[in-house]
Structures are given as C-alpha cells and as structure tokens.
Ligand binder design. Sequence first.
Ligand SMILES: NC(=O)c1ccc[n+]([C@@H]2O[C@H](COP(=O)([O-])OP(=O)(O)OC[C@H]3O[C@@H](n4cnc5c(N)ncnc54)[C@H](OP(=O)(O)O)[C@@H]3O)[C@@H](O)[C@H]2O)c1
Length: 346
Amino acid sequence: MLLSSISLALVLASSALSSSVAPRAASASQVPAASTMKAVRIHAFGGVEQLKFEDAPRPVPAKGEVLVRVQAAGVNPVDWKAREGLLKSLAPTLPQILGYDVAGVVAELGPEVQGFKPGDAVFAYLALARGGGYAEFAIAKVGELALAPKKLSATDAAAVPLAALTAWQALVDTAKLESGQRVLVHGGAGGVGHFAVQIAKARGAYVYATAGEQNQAFLRELGVDRPIDYTSERFEEIARDVDVVLDTVGGETATRSYATLKRGGCFVSIVGPPDAAALAERGAKGNAILVQPSGKQLAELAALIDAGKLKPTVSAVLPLADVKRAHELSADGHVRGTLVLAVGGR
Ligand SMILES: NC(=O)c1ccc[n+]([C@@H]2O[C@H](COP(=O)([O-])OP(=O)(O)OC[C@H]3O[C@@H](n4cnc5c(N)ncnc54)[C@H](OP(=O)(O)O)[C@@H]3O)[C@@H](O)[C@H]2O)c1
C-alpha cells in the first residue's frame, strides 16, 4: 500500500484493510471448558501497565483461516504504538491481543484451507487490523502465512515476517531496486534496516547504511559497503547520487536525505509521507508505504533464508510474561535486529 499525502496515522485510520478486529473467540456453548489459552491482552489503550498476561478464549479458525500454536512472537515498534492507541481506528475492539509476527505449528485448519496441514511449521505476519500474536494460539488468514524457513528455530523465524516484508515491499516492489544501483538504508541495524541491507546486497546493489557507533561493526557484518555513523558523520556528505533511499527514521533524517538522491532516484519512507516538493525539485520520486501481509512473499523470503542469503538477528528472547520489558526496549529505539517473545516450547 502506498501512502502519499497524509500522515501514516491518518491513512491507518482510513485504511481499506479489513475492518475485522481481534481473533474471534469460540462462544461458550461451542467450546469445551479447556478452550482457553494464555495471552497478553490490553483492556485499554495506554502505557505498558495495560499489558495483562492472563487467560483468554482460544480462537476458532473460520473459513480460509488457520489456527497456529504459537511458539514465538516477534515484537516490532508497531506493537507499542498499537498499545498506545495509534491503530485504534483500525482495531478498536477491547480487550485485544497485540502481536503481528508469529512462528509456530499449524494446530487446526478452518474450512476450505489448502496448502497447509496440522503439524506444519509456519510463520506469519498477521494484519494490523487483527493482530493476536501474543498468545498460545493465533488465527492467520491462509494468505498471511507460509512454511517457516527450514534452517531457523521458531524464535528466529518469528523475527522475520513484518520487518522483512517491509524491507522487501519497499526495495523490491516499490523502488524496483536493481543490480548495480546505490541504496542508502537509514536505521540499517534495526528490524527493517538489517533485512533491507541484506536484500539490497542479494540484489547486487552498493549499500550505504546509517547506525550509531556501537552498530558499525554489525553493519559491516551484514555486508554494508559503506557504514555511516550518524553520530559523527554527515551521511549526505558521504552518500551521493543514490538511486534509492529507504527511510526508517523520518524527521530531519528524511529532510537531509533528499540531497543524496540522483535525478530519477526514489525515496521510500516507512515512517510518513516524504516532501513531494523537495523531491520534485531534484527530479526524484517518493512514496510512503504500509506493509501488507503476504504469505507468497514470506515463502520467497524463506527461500532466501534457506539459501543463506538472508538471516534474522534476534537481539533478545524474552518470555511472553515479560512483554512489558520487550515494549520498553522497542520504544527506546535502539534494538539491534528484532526482539522476540518465547510463547511455547518447540
Ligand atoms: N510503514 C510500515 O509499513 C512500517 C513497517 C515496519 C516499521 N515501520 C516503522 O519504521 C520504524 C523503524 O522500524 P524498525 O522495526 O526498523 O525499528 P527498530 O528495529 O526499533 O529500529 C531500531 C534501530 O534504529 C536505529 N536508529 C535510531 N535512530 C537512528 C538514526 N537517527 N539514524 C539511523 N538509525 C537510527 C537504531 O540504531 P542505533 O542503536 O545504532 O542508533 C536501531 O538499530 C518504526 O517507526 C516502525 O514503526 C513502519
């Protein structure tokens, strides 16, 4: 989805995405007494104190849905933004279970689901309108999930979906990045950035990426050609005539980035609409995108992972009950790679 003229929050508010909300719970009459599960729910939008580790009804898969026994759930910045109420207009119903990245095992298929069977190891990015990942069981639409990469544990697989899909949809679908092009990735050490760097390298691009001093070696390990320390270097003096900028930071970083683009270059933001006038002045184009679930693209990413071309970095694995700590770490803005919650044993 391309976002061009209004803020991400407003677009989220008026999104044409499904208006359904939290996973449907089985009604008491249909369900045996054991059909509850442990989950982290919020009963009101607000701070970390709203995250409640508690019993919740186990969801039941409807037509075209798969019930996943969750082993691990990824934590992305959108999780704490949703907790604070940023996605309220998209997912207003309370209580709700947050969490959009899951890895686990197929527990049950709803009617008319093909391509999966109970016991399959899968991973998924669950639509922002529904979420449901911080739980022992979650519902994925069949189009949202794929077989998990064979080489990864569930905790590593859970770090992939949202961040890697964002990087892919930004660089491949939107910017159409080609071999030999020059790309500048802001926030190269973060969830989206560390996948973007690897995807750009796999496509044969020359990669500049920004991060703080403590992440310069990490950027080099990821394959970045010219790491840039944003605390001591001016990236616009180093990255010149670039074909593609991927902005995961926004604000002043976005404003200063327009000067790095060559004529015909492409600026892709995941944090808000770029300045159309500034881009037009340079003969460049720009888009803001909102990541969309795609089981098909997850399968392509799984193939890249199994081929050794893409690797998630998990900076910490915390128990589901420690979700507050995970939100605090994410909101601090300096996670390397991705955070994961361990939900059940493999
Ligand atoms: N539109 C969409 O579809 C979409 C999808 C995914 C994410 N997002 C948004 O995009 C943003 C990034 O997401 P993410 O998952 O990558 O976040 P993240 O993993 O939390 O990003 C953390 C990283 O940002 C780096 N960073 C912080 N300030 C920086 C700066 N001034 N310059 C360069 N790097 C900086 C940090 O590196 P240092 O520690 O070295 O500073 C850290 O590694 C979030 O706001 C998220 O909500 C949007």
